[in-house]
Design a protein around this ligand. Structure first.
Ligand code: PMV
Length: 322
């Protein structure tokens, strides 16, 4: 029995940056994201009761056991939860136009959770699926849904999952993923989050979460592009300020990250509406409107001729391919 699911990755507009439980990936704050059409993962999960080992293929290449521990352990954990025990084969393909610095763990674990649940005929609601995906990677909980999504922090394993805010927004909002550095993350997000908690400003970051979530919900409800962009940029700046002020401080930024930030400031001064957000890496995502994306790309290319830029719009939630 083999089942294949497709999940799109997402970009957080109000970010998850701090855990209350590392094993369960319980967040200290709620987060809001936009699911993206340009980046997705297709994953097949096949039950292999007669096999004598677990097998993981990523982008058509067999991954040796020592390098696939995170994925294999995750599936064992799901199997234990449902009282299942048998060998399996996973075939996962990441569809990313270039490695534009968007984490694939969100789409990867969402697609894996969905294909697993389908292969075992588990009668999971989408909220339950979101909980299962969360156990693989926190941000994966949001990739179960399309459009605008909120991961409600909840209190425990049972009530921490994502819900859709608007799965088919009409809003003119697009994203340019600007890859200033293709190298893998220097500091895994789980490590960065832990270090960030040492910042004296961390309690303030947490305290603001409820207000920022409410403001973002309102901006989304009003199709308010500027409201969404301003808040997303402010929230990203807060997250990166926490990193800089941790003890010891650290940053994901590189010189080219700052160049893109400065260009966004400059474009706004010229009357071209755009905002940036940045995750646990040096790459920048620019939020803009359809009429401006070409001019922004041209200007980016002038400042940083070598950067790769990928254009994305709203993507859908989980779909099944067989
Ligand atoms: O899901 P993780 O463990 O890869 O953490 C994601 C962290 C951020 O991308 C920086 C923020 C977010 O909410 O996606």
């Amino acid at each position: 029995m083999k089942k294949t699911a497709r999940a799109h990755t997402n970009i957080a507009l109000i970010k998850y940056w701090g855990k209350s439980d590392e094993m369960l990936h319980l967040p200290l704050m709620s987060s809001i994201s936009m699911t993206l059409d340009a980046f997705y993962t297709d994953t097949s999960f096949e039950r292999c009761p007669k096999a004598n080992e677990d097998i993981f293929f990523l982008n058509d290449q067999r991954i040796e056991i020592s390098k696939s521990q995170r994925v294999i352990t995750y599936v064992h954990r799901l199997q234990n939860m449902f009282g299942l025990k048998e060998h399996f084969r996973i075939d996962s393909t990441n569809h990313v136009p270039t490695s534009a610095g968007l984490a694939s763990s969100a789409s990867a674990f969402a697609a894996l959770a969905a294909s697993f649940a389908k292969a075992y005929h588990l009668d999971c609601s989408l909220n339950e699926l979101s909980r299962l995906a969360r156990l693989g990677s926190g941000s994966a909980s949001r990739s179960i849904f399309g459009g605008f999504v909120e991961w409600q922090k909840g209190h425990d394993n049972m009530d921490s999952f994502a819900i859709p805010i608007n799965e088919a927004p009409k809003l003119d909002l697009c994203l340019l993923a600007v890859e200033v550095d293709a190298a893998p993350k220097k500091l895994a997000s789980s490590v960065g989050m832990k270090k960030a908690q040492g910042s004296p400003f961390f309690p303030i970051w947490l305290k603001q979460n409820e207000t920022e979530i409410a403001q973002m919900r309102t901006a989304i409800a009003h199709d308010d592009f500027d409201g969404i962009g301003k808040l997303a940029e402010q929230n990203a700046n807060e997250m990166h300020a926490i990193n800089l002020t941790a003890r010891p401080g650290f940053t994901y930024f590189e010189p080219d990250t700052i160049k893109v930030i400065q260009l966004v400031h400059q474009l706004r001064e010229e009357g071209i509406d755009c905002y940036y957000t940045i995750d646990a890496g040096p790459n920048v995502k620019i939020l803009c409107q359809l009429r401006n994306h070409q001019i922004i790309q041209e200007r980016l290319q002038k400042v940083l001729s070598h950067v790769k830029i990928v254009f994305a719009q709203f993507g859908p939630g989980i779909t099944y391919l067989d």
